[in-house]
Design a protein around this ligand. Structure first.
Ligand code: BG6
Ligand code: MG
Length: 211
């Protein structure tokens, strides 16, 4: 049924979603802007600047475009600082085993991530030469829930969207996959979504979907 699996990165392959949360939290604390896990929930899968705009809905303060860029940069500096100690120990449970399983089955594997830090992260966790295609925040104009990043991944693989399965932990990503005519398996934060085609209690459950 599926010829390729397109993985979201943050929160699916690697536990960087928590580092995003901590970095935004630090910037918000310094600025006196309200931030909590409910707000963070809405940032999953969303680009850096769009995330900042969501965060700024919680303050009366007005920031100029230049100031916004500086806030986003400050957050990214904190975030990249925590990425510098990232290693393959930070791969989420089941990743290695599921990737090897798919390779053995001849299923192509790709990354579809909104993050501009994707190349650095893949390098840190030693997966920079593993995927058949990588489509990330550096390649796209519109971030999830727009399907652009997934459609580009399919195009790079040379496989029709209908034959791709997306793995996502974000609601924005579940929507993006569907808008790209792809089926989607939800894990983690998105796993209680009724919109996903498959629900993965853990990543290893993917072996039951692709068998
Ligand atoms: C997504 C994350 O993968 O990448 C979002 O889920 C993040 O939380 C987005 O905002 C953009 O990341 P970056 O690394 O380009 O700031
Ligand atoms: Mg994610």
């Amino acid at each position: 049924l599926f010829e390729a699996v397109i993985f979201d990165l943050d929160g699916v392959i690697v536990s960087t979603d928590n580092y995003h949360f901590l970095a935004w939290g630090r910037m918000c604390e310094e600025e006196g802007i309200k931030f909590n896990s409910e707000i963070n929930h809405r940032l999953r899968g969303v680009s850096r600047m769009e995330s900042l705009n969501i965060i700024l809905e919680n303050t009366e303060k007005q920031y100029s475009n230049l100031e916004k860029e500086q806030l986003a940069k400050r957050k990214n500096d904190y975030y990249r600082n925590s990425l510098s100690s990232l290693s393959d120990d930070d791969l989420l449970p089941g990743v290695r085993s599921v990737l090897d399983y798919l390779k053995n089955k001849g299923v192509r594997v790709a990354i579809g991530s909104s993050s501009k830090n994707t190349p650095m992260i893949l390098k840190q966790v030693k997966l920079n030469n593993y995927f058949d295609a990588v489509s990330d925040g550096n390649d796209i104009v519109n971030s999830k829930p727009d399907p652009e990043v997934f459609l580009l991944a399919a195009k790079k693989l040379g496989i029709e969207p209908e034959k791709c399965l997306v793995i996502e932990d974000a609601m924005a990503g579940v929507e993006a996959a569907h808008r790209g005519r792809m089926k989607v398996a939800a894990i983690g934060d998105a796993a209680n979504s009724s919109q996903a085609d498959y629900i993965l209690g853990e990543l290893e459950d993917l072996k039951k979907v692709i068998n």
